[in-house]
Every structure is written in structure tokens, then in C-alpha cells.
Design a protein. Structure first.
Length: 258
């Protein structure tokens, strides 16, 4: 059960949100919270089945949602998905959670694996932001983008060169787009979580040494929850953050403060 069944007090009634990576742990958490806050949704994922499952959950809550399948690495697929979303209702919110990780020593990781991570995390974020803005800017008005970064966008970690590089770049892209689009009414921020408890990360923590190392690096002494990341996203897309753009909001228990 979510900690924020009421959408954290945020009212997004009448607003239309696009969520990429909507079938994943953080993506689905964001989608359900946005629905509880009153937003209608377009759920984008490379897996239509995963997006459809989340769509069913949104509908069971009495929310409104549709699905658009797209691989964020493919600019044409992304543009088509965003155009389809805009046909349903004008776009107001974008939450970019689509992302991947491939770990391992740099000398053992192939250039293709490195490129896959960068193409998904960085180029995917770029494609989606660009397609969203292309739909929003001609009509005018205001909109909010939240990109999903990571504490690894501020620090390094062994065996995560590709991921760290991609998330450092996402934060740079966020700031550049914020400056470019602020005069046109689009706010652009990113949320940077620490390790979060999801079905994808749980197997990592079966490695006792890895878990101990992670917890040692987090001053608060625990991994994060999806709800804690969702709370930051809801804040940034809300009117309470109307003067905030170009920021990286870390939800990392103090990791990057060392």
C-alpha cells in the first residue's frame, strides 16, 4: 500500500501526464500517484504488457489512462507515442523513468553494453523531452518535466561507468533544457534517488557484501522506497514548485553529501 493514497495532497485534476518506463517499479509508482492526484495518464513502455498492467491498476482506482508502446532509444517511436498522447488531451506533465543498467568492470564491459546504457538513459531522455516539448511549445502555456536521474549522477561507483556517465549527463541535459525552455513555460527538473527497493534491485541485495557497502555509504543507513521517490516527483510537478527549474532533487539518504 502506498504511503500517499491521497496523492500527497497534490491536486492535478484536469492535467495530462505522460510517464515513460511506466511498467517499472518507480514508473508504476509515479503513474499510480499521479492518477490518485487526479491526472489523466499516457503510459509509455517498451513492454505493452507491462504498461497495460499498470493501466488496469489506474482504471481500478477510477483514474483515466491509455497506453503507448515505444522504445525510448528510437526517436520515431517516441515522437509517435507523444503525438498519440497529445491527441487524447493537451500535455502538461512528463515523468521520464525509462532506464537501464549494466554493471561490471570497465575492461570487461563491451562498448556495445556501454552504448546501450547511454542510448537508453541519456538519448532516451533526450528523445522524450524533445518530443514532449514539440507538442507543448506550439500551444503555449506551462508544463513540467521530471527526469529520473540517480545519486550516481553526482558520484562514481566501481563497475558502473556506463550508468554513472549516463546519469551525470541526464543532470546536465536537465539543466540545459531548463534554461532553454524556462522563458517558454516548461520547467525541467530531475530526481536523483539512491538504491530503491524494487523487484529489479532486490536480487542485488542478496549479495551481503554489496548490501553492506551500499548501507555504509548512506548516512541514513537504509535503502529508499518507491514512495519516497514518488513524493519528490509529485512535489516537482505541483504548483508548490512553480519557481523551481533546473534542479536535481536528491532522494539519497545523504549519499552524495559525503
Amino acid at each position: 500500500m502506498t504511503l500517499y493514497p491521497d496523492g500527497l495532497g497534490v491536486d492535478l485534476s484536469g492535467r495530462h501526464a505522460v510517464v515513460t518506463g511506466a511498467g517499472g517499479g518507480i514508473g508504476s509508482g509515479c503513474a499510480l500517484a499521479l492518477a490518485r492526484a487526479g491526472a489523466s495518464l499516457t503510459l509509455v513502455d517498451i513492454s505493452r504488457d507491462a504498461a497495460e498492467r499498470v493501466c488496469s491498476e489506474v482504471l481500478s482506482l477510477g483514474g483515466r489512462a491509455s497506453v503507448a508502446q515505444a522504445d525510448v532509444r528510437d526517436a520515431k517511436q517516441v515522437a509517435a507515442a507523444m503525438s498519440s498522447a497529445a491527441e487524447n488531451a493537451p500535455l502538461d506533465i512528463l515523468v521520464n523513468t525509462a532506464g537501464v543498467n549494466r554493471t561490471g568492470p570497465t575492461l570487461e564491459q563491451s562498448p556495445d553494453e556501454f552504448r546501450f546504457v547511454v542510448d537508453t538513459n541519456l538519448m532516451g531522455t533526450y528523445h522524450v523531452c524533445r518530443a514532449f516539448a514539440a507538442e507543448v511549445l506550439p500551444r503555449g502555456g506551462t508544463a513540467s518535466i521530471v527526469n529520473m536521474s540517480s545519486q550516481m549522477g553526482s558520484v562514481g561507483y566501481p563497475g558502473r561507468a556506463a550508468y554513472c556517465a549516463s546519469k551525470h549527463a541526464v543532470d546536465g541535459l536537465t539543466k540545459a533544457l531548463a534554461v532553454e525552455w524556462a522563458p517558454k513555460g516548461i520547467r525541467v527538473n530531475s530526481v536523483a534517488p539512491t538504491f530503491v527497493d524494487t523487484p529489479l534491485t532486490r536480487p542485488m541485495f542478496e549479495d551481503k557484501a554489496f548490501r553492506e557497502d551500499v548501507l555504509r555509504r548512506i548516512p541514513m543507513g537504509r535503502i529508499g522506497t518507491v514512495d519516497e521517490v514518488v513524493a519528490a516527483v509529485l512535489f516537482l510537478v505541483s504548483s508548490a514548485a512553480s519557481l523551481i527549474t533546473g534542479e536535481v532533487l536528491r532522494v539519497d539518504g545523504g549519499w552524495a553529501a559525503w
